[in-house]
Design a protein. Sequence first.
Length: 431
Amino acid sequence: MSQPSFRGIIANINRDQLIGPTDSPSNDAPYITNCRTLASYNWLDRVKPTMLVPGSPPAWTPLKKSITLSEDSGTYFRDKNAARFASYPLQPAMEAIIKQDPGFDLDSVDLVACGSTLGNLLCFVRGLDVKFRILVEAVGSTVFFLRRDGSPTDVIPGVRGFGHTFPESYTSWDRAVKGSESHQRIVQYRFGDVECVVRFEADGYLPDRCDEQTSAPDTSANDHSALPSLLQQTTVSSHEPEDTTSLTILDGGHSIPQAAIFDLKTRSFKRKDDDILAEIVPRLWVSQIPNSVLAFHRYGKFHDIRIQDTRPAIQAWEQKESETLRQFHGLLGQLIGFVHGQPDGRFEIVREERGDSLELREVTPRVNHVIPDELKEQLFARFYDAVEDTGDLSDRYAEDEDGSPSCDSESEKDFTACSASSCGYCGRCGY
């Protein structure tokens, strides 16, 4: 599938010029604190985009007797939210927040993103070869990061292994959310001084790690004789929606605590001695997923299934990668400051494979905004009321009379030459 066309480069951010430990005004590395679940929802596998709020993830219901599973086959979307609602992929998450926490003040949030976009930026900081494009847009004082790779209905090519047939056999949807395709969760946490709202997909939950107030799902005992009926309740393959401009929101499901959520991975028995958890910890850190189910198979038959508490590994990774986290924190601050200084309040991040820099590019006017205008009014009503009393929104980020750039799109500016101690990454330095 062809990529969206590129626009002119506004600036570059080089990885070797990111803030490092010696540049930090404090010896303390930024960590994630105060994590809480804001909202959740399920996508139903219907021809019209339909979400269920709060929904619930599939429960861990392992087979009583191991059987040989078929290899993955079928169609699996790369980005389920974009495939289900291409017009505004972040709108469903915002709708879920409004429905579950009507008084939530989004203007107090610095950054809204999905785990994938933050994970890609973290990969850049870590020097990993990942190609990506991200739309960055300011709505009020809050900055949205939206994935912009290829077509919304891009599918995962060459699907192999058992990463889909295993959960279809070893997890079960509650009857109240029957027909679900995926479970999406939105968490809020503070990363250093950056207040973040992050959406991610949850693979399932462990019933024994729910508190007593959480009701158990209505699922059948999961043994090999019940497998055909269980598969009837499980979405095996995705169907492309016919309409991605209107969104139906239904009530259903029950809230599950974050402490019970797990990430699921399947691997060949040949890798049973590898440290698989170490490979996925950065992604678990971004989404604050506290449990992991790692299943090893021998030609489709699973005998070695390990359920782990990932929190010690995540904490150890945070300590080990303190320099990386300082650089990642500095990068986010740089991007947030830069977008507030743009005349149209948005730009696009482009990172080529094996690239040592991020290109910050203009966005064509034809590209949709991150959320529709009517939703902005609901989310930021208090903020816009305040703006009317204090002046135009652009005044908040007006350039000082100190020779700061006017963000002329015809000239490239290097925003990587400053440090946190000199300007705090306001996006308005003189370079």
